[in-house]
Design a binder for this molecule. Structure first.
Ligand code: GCV
Length: 674
């Protein structure tokens, strides 16, 4: 008897722990198996039958509607309210079903009709996953797509992974991944790192990609691949030259063109809706058209011609430096390389550019490439994985940063959005429970870039920590109590509003303790975690060294990018060109990004540069202290495992923020001390 009770207790605890380990993401619906759903038997019907708490839903296919759009109507039938979701096809119905589920409960809009269509056709995750299972800038474990096997140890005792295409696919996990993406409208995924192995295009891996495409298709997700520009030199293409590779990767070479056409045919034969290729060329050591004195347009167009007959696209990255314009201010090089090529790209080529001109810093001015390209399609690349924003160890909600970007680059100037994923094999997918919010926010903004950071955070908080059914009802109801959580309008004091405030302040806090007044790229080498302001290594490119960016000496600090310096300001449209160029009008948040100032320079606050830096470092640290206070207050309302895991990370974040403060003030202070 005792044993049975013990076993039951253990099973209950195991179940509870499992239910709240974060694996369910924002989809913590509990099965109610209540709603009567009419219409096509499809994924939307299944989701609603299982999880919708209302009585009945009609699903209607309406061919006149736009791709991916949906309409939700509320009808009266026999005195009861019935929902009707219409869409062009089953994917639109699925998006509508998730909207309905998102709104059920407290936030349901009652009798209001809803129509929605995605702003962007291309809403794509970029996985920087390597074929051996590791992830470049991945902070949540190994890849969910590629699994390697152990191939020894490094001198420091780390496991070395080698590729192993024979490893089976985790079908259930990939379905969960697909469902999560579909629930926020993501409709494409690039399965491998932009630093791409040519092997990605070998027959054995194409077969794996086909398996992924088959799993993802019912969720409306297309697969894309990053390709290595030199692939024809090592990998055979089916039906080409008896399986022999080519001796060159020159994009104007007839054999190279034929190889890519054969490769495209080979891929589309098994994946008819394959999306296309993403390319990093002539950047950070990757091969590309410059190797043959050809242009980016020559390279991109050659690939575009290969996939065009099948409806594929080429996403060509503008993140280039060092190859064609060595020595030039790194933030200028994208414009230098691409401006004159504008209009020379095929119509199925899209130029994909990071939001800022450098590299995903906590705050960058927008990338001026968006001002300089007018005839070529453009996409923005946002980074969900927090390479320079505390990785999976800091709570930093990124929607405010992305919304800031859209304040400078009109969403309508872009045809799509790519997000570098933060997903790995960790049980909670993203390492930090709050990093899930960034995946969520990316999808929601790709669907509708006008959503506010606050709206998105609120949605995410309610679905991630709010009432979810039996397992969390005890804590969940109290989580919301005291809040006036009527649709999109949170007022009152409750754990939810405290956490909302933390999320909304978190990015600015990170800027404060990592890069006050425009200091940038002073992160520890390689790892990009923690400060290394004195970083200098003569054996790596100078633009990888922190000292290149702050240029501090005993008199001054900052990078002069005005007309008296590198003249990067000239790449901006007006009014930003003038605004940034003139120290009197340049926003102080970008001061040391654009200007070089003496240590005696006083900011609007009356403080000197070093005093102002100290002020920001302090403010950042205090903010994290306050985040911990709020998290402590929220403890009674949050399930234990997730509370503990977030708490441990917040404590670490505080230590790290303090380390930034002491290291940087010590280092920069040394220039001003007599
Ligand atoms: C995929 C930065 C990162 C690299 C990344 C590169 C890129 O340099 O540190 O890890 O490589 O950007 O975006 O291509």
């Amino acid at each position: 008897m005792k044993k049975t009770v013990l076993l039951l207790m253990m099973m209950t605890f195991a179940w509870m722990a499992k239910a709240e380990d974060g694996h369910q993401l924002w989809l913590r619906y509990q099965p109610v198996n209540k709603a009567k759903v009419t219409g096509p038997e499809c994924m939307a019907a299944q989701e609603l039958k299982t999880y919708y708490q209302g009585e009945s839903v009609h699903l209607v296919i309406d061919p006149a509607m736009e791709e991916d759009a949906y309409r939700i109507k509320v009808k009266e039938e026999k005195g009861k309210k019935v929902k009707e979701i219409s869409a062009k096809n089953e994917i639109g119905l699925l998006y509508g079903a998730y909207e309905l589920l998102r709104r059920q409960g407290d936030r349901e809009t009652g009798s209001q009709d809803i129509t929605s269509k995605p702003f962007y056709k291309l809403r794509i995750l970029n996985h920087w996953d390597n074929l051996n299972g590791t992830i470049e800038r991945g902070y949540a474990g190994l890849s969910i797509f590629w699994k390697g096997k152990e191939g020894g140890k490094t001198r420091r005792g780390h496991t070395i992974f080698v590729e192993d295409p024979d490893q089976p696919i985790d079908v259930e996990l990939i379905k969960e991944y697909a469902r999560a993406n579909a629930s926020i409208g993501i409709n494409g995924t690039v399965l491998n790192n932009v630093n791409a192995s040519p092997k990605m295009l070998s027959a054995v891996y194409i077969n794996k990609v086909k398996q992924y495409a088959d799993i993802l298709r019912p969720y409306g997700i297309k697969v894309y691949l990053s390709v290595n520009f030199a692939s024809p030199m090592t990998i055979p293409a089916k039906g080409f030259n008896g399986g022999k590779p080519v001796k060159t990767a020159d994009p104007l070479n007839a054999q190279v063109k034929a190889w890519w056409k054969a490769k495209a045919k080979e891929i589309y034969a098994v994946i008819p809706d394959f999306g296309g290729f993403l390319v990093k060329a002539n950047s950070e050591g990757q091969p590309g058209p410059f190797d043959y004195k050809r242009t980016h347009a020559d390279g991109a167009n050659m690939l575009a011609d290969a996939v065009k007959p099948f409806g594929g696209i080429i996403m060509w990255r503008s993140f280039v430096y060092g190859a064609a314009h060595p020595g030039e201010d790194r933030v200028k090089q994208a414009v230098s390389e691409f401006k004159d090529l504008d209009g020379k790209f095929r119509d199925n080529v899209i130029l994909q550019s990071k939001n800022g001109p450098l590299d995903f810093q906590p705050r960058e001015p927008y990338a001026p490439i968006f001002d300089n390209i007018h005839q070529t399609k453009q996409m923005a690349e946002l980074q969900i994985t927090q390479e320079y924003l505390g990785q999976s160890r800091h709570l930093v909600y990124l929607a405010p940063m992305w919304r800031e970007f859209f304040g400078f680059v009109e969403p309508s100037r872009l045809v799509g959005i790519a997000g570098v994923a933060n997903i790995g094999l960790d049980r909670n997918w993203c390492g930090h429970h709050f990093s899930q919010a960034n995946w969520y926010a990316f999808g929601r903004l790709a669907w509708d870039p006008t959503l506010t950071s606050e709206q998105i955070a609120q949605e995410w908080l309610v679905s991630t920590f709010g009432p979810a059914g039996d397992s969390s009802r005890l804590t969940g109801d109290r989580f919301l109590s005291g809040c006036n959580a009527s649709a999109n309008n949170l007022t009152g004091t409750c754990p939810l509003s405290g956490l909302l405030s933390v999320m909304l302040r978190s990015r600015e806090a990170c800027v404060d303790y990592m890069m006050p007044i425009g200091l940038h790229h002073i992160f520890a080498f390689d790892e990009h975690y923690g400060p290394e302001p004195d970083g200098y290594n003569p054996h790596v490119p100078y633009e990888w060294c922190p000292v290149y960016y702050h240029q501090a000496n005993k008199d001054s600090i900052g990078f002069d990018r005005t007309h008296t310096g590198s003249n990067a300001t000239a790449q901006y449209r007006e009014p930003y060109c003038q605004l940034y160029d003139d120290i009197n009008t340049c926003p102080e948040r970008y001061l040391l990004w654009f200007h070089r100032v003496p240590w005696t320079y006083r900011l609007k606050s009356g403080r000197t540069v070093l005093e102002e830096m100290a002020f920001h470092y302090d403010r950042g640290v205090k903010e994290v202290e306050d985040f911990i206070r709020v998290w402590n207050e929220a403890k009674p309302f949050i399930d234990d495992q997730r509370w503990q895991e977030v708490d441990a990370r917040l404590q670490h974040q505080l230590d790290n923020a303090k380390e930034w403060r002491s290291t940087c003030l010590n280092y920069f202070g040394s220039f001003t001390r007599p």
